[in-house]
Ligand binder design. Structure first.
Ligand SMILES: C[S@@+](CC[C@H](N)C(=O)[O-])C[C@H]1O[C@@H](n2cnc3c(N)ncnc32)[C@H](O)[C@@H]1O
Length: 410
């Protein structure tokens, strides 16, 4: 095993989600922890050849699958979050020009019949007025009602889902959400927008999304809702390449990040559902997920020594949440162990793995995700294990992103 540490590590915004914003389908909806199209392209160019099957077991916004499909390759994408599977399915769909034209006309007809009403359904997001000004909220919920009447709720029709994705983009653009941090935050105060402004913005977003949906996809990406800790449902020896970015042990909750999208599309209905979904996810930490930790027991009895050491240091650090945070880190690596163990049966001989991961810091103790994962891979029989620093994550010294790679030769 070998770790190459670069003396000066750059921030490299081209290796973050920011690089994707202007890249057609990749830019439809923002999810801050998405990784960069540039990075995935480089990995695919370097490692893959035609006929390879790529797996991304933590597909998020489907970056890996969309890049693979754009480059003429086949990918299988898994995620535990049903909203992301829905989004990824639409992003990777091979749309036909004639049907996009029909959709454009349908949208124009539908938009001409929006009726503003105070009594339309609106999502049960906690503190919703922090997100949207009451006037904006009335306009958004009236538009939503008209879309649901015309296109049905978000579901399995990829063409109709394009309009829904445009609506979610509209909701976020007219909200007070700010994306200038790693996780979503709020600008000061929600702003009212006029109906004319919102309508014009919506039409512009729909035009942009329908235009980029024309882009050809010579390859194919298949999306499945699945738990990466149990991969027994997939065929054995199917995969040559694994390219992925799992959650990091840094307490970022994807459900929290995605909640405006998930509530407006009805993938979430209340706070209880949100906590339950986050508890299912690796690294989930929101609402009930945190209190569930107190009763959690490890599935694997032997994990890397390095993990036990840092968990002990965190537990001893004297904060009132120290023990809980120690359990949080322990569970994260226990889950990753279960995932990497389950993955082995799917891999073809000489299959390669690339995991983009980040370290974290609790009460001054660094959780060396890269090293603990390398130890885990070694323990599970993977070979040729190595690691490279990719970039510095933020101004806090020592928070880095790594590419951990390995091979399966059994
Ligand atoms: C860092 S994000 C992936 C981002 C992705 N590379 C992209 O570009 O959008 C990690 C993803 O792992 C998913 N996830 C968490 N636990 C999971 C599990 N047990 N099985 C499958 N997916 C899971 C989360 O829902 C989240 O979408």
């Amino acid at each position: 095993m070998q770790t190459e540490l670069f003396p000066a590590v750059e921030r490299r915004s081209d290796y973050t989600f920011q690089y994707n914003a202007q890249l057609g389908r990749h830019g439809w909806l923002r999810l801050t922890p998405a990784y960069s199209v540039k990075l995935v392209r480089e990995l695919i160019k370097r490692d893959c050849t035609p006929g390879d099957v790529i797996l991304d077991p933590f597909s998020g916004t489907a970056t890996t699958g969309l890049v693979a499909a754009e480059m003429g390759l086949e990918a299988i994408l898994l995620d535990i979050n049903p909203f992301l599977v829905w989004l990824g399915h639409t992003k990777c769909y091979p749309f036909a020009a004639a049907e996009l034209e029909v959709l454009r006309n349908q949208f124009q007809y539908c938009a001409s019949e929006i009726v503003l009403s105070e009594s339309c359904w609106r999502p049960l997001i906690h503190n919703i007025e922090r997100w949207w000004h009451p006037e904006t909220l009335c306009i958004l919920s009236s538009i939503r009602q008209r879309l649901a009447e015309h296109f049905g709720e978000p579901g399995s029709n990829p063409y109709h889902n394009l309009i829904w994705i445009a609506f979610l983009r509209l909701a976020i653009e007219t909200s007070s959400a700010a994306f200038n941090h790693v996780s979503m935050s709020f600008k000061d105060g929600s702003v009212p927008y006029s109906y004319t402004y919102i309508r014009q913005l919506f039409e512009a977003i729909v035009r942009y999304i329908l235009h980029s949906a024309h882009s050809p996809l010579p390859g194919k990406a298949t999306l499945l809702k699945a738990d990466a800790r149990d991969l027994t449902f997939l065929h054995k020896h199917l995969i040559n390449r694994v390219i992925t970015s799992p959650p990091y042990p840094n307490r970022i909750s994807y459900i929290r990040e995605l909640r405006p999208y998930m509530y407006w599309s009805k993938f979430l209905c209340n706070g209880g559902d949100a906590g339950a979904l986050d508890w299912e996810a690796i690294g989930g930490t929101w609402g009930t997920a945190t209190s569930n930790l107190k009763h959690w027991r490890p599935a694997n009895l032997i994990l890397p020594e390095r993990l036990y050491e840092v968990c002990y240091q965190i537990a001893q650090s004297g904060d009132k949440h120290s023990r809980l945070m120690s359990l949080y880190v322990h569970k994260y690596f226990d889950d990753m162990y279960t995932h990497l163990a389950s993955l082995r049966a799917l891999l073809k001989p000489a299959a390669t793995l690339s995991y983009i991961v980040g370290n974290s810091c609790f009460y001054g103790h660094f959780v060396e995700t890269d090293k603990i994962l390398m130890d885990t891979l070694l323990h599970l029989g993977y070979q040729n294990i190595r690691c490279e620093v990719i970039r510095r994550r933020n101004s806090k010294r020592g928070l880095l992103e790594f590419k951990v790679q390995a091979q399966w030769n059994a």
